[in-house]
Design a protein around this ligand. Sequence first.
Ligand code: C2E
Ligand code: MG
Ligand code: MG
Ligand code: MG
Length: 275
Amino acid sequence: KLDGRATYRFFEPEMDARMQARRRLELDMRQGLARREFQLHYQPQLQLEGNRLVGCEALIRWNHPERGMISPLDFIPLAEEIGLIVPIGEWVMRQACRDAMTWPTPLTVAVNVSPAQFKSERLVEMVMSALAASGLPATRLEVEITEGVLLQENAKTLQTLHRLRELGVRVSMDDFGTGYSSLSYLRSFPFDKIKIDRSFVSDLSANRDGVAIIRAIAGLGKSLGMTTVAEGVETHDQMERIRTEGCTDVQGYLISRPVSATELLAFLSSEHPPC
Ligand code: C2E
Ligand code: MG
Ligand code: MG
Ligand code: MG
């Protein structure tokens, strides 16, 4: 008992500092949402056949008044934990649909949707409302989910995915290959697109197993009738290998870093092909 108490007291100041930082971040996020400090950047996706831009992924940024630009990796996890991802995700969906309306017509917009948003009852209605308010056809919207969404695999999650699909929205499996059972998820839902995690793309140059894995996923996608996008393509060499192995699309710094909506419009109207 005494030991327990001593241990508790030992950790207390550190715990307290962590809890305070969390609490601060939470308050800042709530305020940030109200004060419109969040922004979307867009990263183009290129279809290899014909070297055509086919869409862009929306990636959230937080322009914090004191801390500057904050990466989603530093606030999305807490936003998910405390449920704040629901209003943040709704803002992302509405803004992304509005922005996509300013792009040339066939281009799609991909929006990341997190597990906590699937738990909220309103996801499908929220998506329908964002589409209606912006005028964007459902077929130009794509939702990207990670295996976290399917981990809590239950009838409700699958039903939500099917309802989105019935609207005409496309569904992508993000970060494919990094989870525990990526393959079984392909069996539970007919995704439109597989996004191969960028760790496999960086392995391409490092070892021959990297090539074998990309080849296998590209083949799988082809057999299942799914588009396969290689994420994190940074070099011409990687892009050529990916093309050879049969992936259909690429996304990465080689084509473009994620850019602001304004920069994207300039990029889209530039005369020069991206590669
Ligand atoms: P993700 O959905 O897998 O997005 C791809 C990430 O890879 C982005 O990081 C992008 O900037 C980065 N990336 C793209 N090309 C390259 C490349 O060639 N090299 C390297 N090294 N990185 C590249 P970002 O923007 O920091 O986003 C990180 C993650 O945060 C995203 O991973 C996604 O899971 C999450 N996220 C971003 N925006 C949202 C959002 O609006 N809602 C939700 N729920 N999650 C989001
Ligand atoms: Mg994504
Ligand atoms: Mg990804
Ligand atoms: Mg990711």
